[in-house]
Design a protein around this ligand. Structure first.
Ligand SMILES: C[S@@+](CC[C@H](N)C(=O)[O-])C[C@H]1O[C@@H](n2cnc3c(N)ncnc32)[C@H](O)[C@@H]1O
Length: 303
């Protein structure tokens, strides 16, 4: 995601818009040149450095792209644009999770068109797949308190409303929470990081936790599984989807800047947190450039 906003210099802003246009048209040499002009006028401005990094990466100039993303990160340590993910992709490393400011910015910008884009363009069906699996595992069961972790604009809420007496949603992006609130489905909504939120929840206060297409922004799931296990009562269900890592045994940041998890890793995290695995099956929940994205559907039981 290339950042938006103003540098405080009108001429630099104008060149920045031209540079974004060149990026979009895949004229990376022109984009590199224009971002360079932006930085001559506004050298302090993180989005200029980030855009330069993008153009250089596309041109295969990896060392210079790395330097530009580092410069962006130094000027925006919260990392709204996700420079840390770009650096990780360039170096082949996997950070533990996506920067919170990046996820928040991405989904605050995305909120307006999210439901339509996800269901119509990406053929997204995460909540439907999760509901079918929960229904098959617990036919007719109505849960007392469901947590929708990373609830976004409330798509899972639409599917699960009849399955839960009480429904709480949490999401990092306030604009997504506003969209979810407008649907009038949730009993409680919180704009927060899901780990911070879970830390504040009483132990054994929920019997269903759902996370649909959220763990693509979190690599290291061990802390999440431990927190969900604490908040779920015995016999509680933890249902989620992830992207699958075909090779390797852990998790990795992919070329799409999303995390993928291996089956072995998910099983190890589940066992460590005191879950038994009721179901862990391949399931594609969305498309990426027309092709199904391979993933896992997981149903864990708190033992
Ligand atoms: C692809 S959307 C899926 C939304 C929803 N679960 C659905 O199925 O439509 C991912 C959502 O996860 C949220 N998210 C990612 N990381 C998060 C975190 N650490 N804490 C809370 N929300 C998070 C994002 O803000 C975004 O709204």
């Amino acid at each position: 995601m290339t950042p938006t906003g103003s540098s405080g210099d009108l001429a630099a802003d104008r060149r920045y818009r031209w540079a974004l246009g060149a990026l979009q048209e895949r004229d990376f040499e022109a984009a590199r040149d224009l971002f360079g002009q932006v930085l001559e006028l506004a050298p302090h401005w993180a989005p200029g450095w980030f855009g330069l990094g993008e153009a250089l990466e596309e041109l295969g100039r990896r060392a210079e792209a790395t330097a530009a993303f580092r410069a962006a990160l130094a000027r925006d340590p919260e990392d709204c644009a996700g420079a840390a993910l770009r650096l990780a992709r360039l170096s082949g490393e996997s950070p533990a999770l996506a920067p919170r400011a990046y996820v928040k910015t991405l989904f605050d910008q995305y909120a307006e068109t999210f439901d339509r884009h996800l269901t119509e363009v990406l053929a997204y069906r995460g909540p439907q797949i999760l509901l079918d699996a929960v229904e098959r595992a617990a036919p007719g069961r109505v849960f007392a308190h469901m947590l929708d972790l990373g609830c976004g604009a409330g798509l899972a809420g639409e599917f699960f409303r009849a399955k839960a007496a009480r429904m709480t949603g949490v999401d990092l992006a306030p604009a997504m929470i506003a969209k979810a609130r407008a649907k009038n489905l949730y009993d409680r909504l919180a704009a927060a990081d899901l780990l911070d939120f879970l830390d504040q929840e009483p132990a054994e206060s929920a019997d269903l936790a759902v996370a649909a297409d959220v763990f693509v922004y979190i690599g290291d799931l061990a802390p999440v599984f431990a927190s969900v296990a604490r908040v779920l009562e015995k016999g509680g269900v933890f249902a989620f989807t992830t992207q699958s890592l075909p090779n390797g045994s852990g998790f990795a940041l992919g070329a799409d800047l999303r995390f993928a998890h291996s089956q072995a890793y998910l099983r190890a995290c589940a066992a460590k947190a005191g879950f038994s695995v009721q179901k862990l099956a391949p399931a594609a929940t969305r498309k990426d450039r027309g092709a199904e994205t391979p993933g896992w559907l997981a149903l864990l039981l708190k033992s």
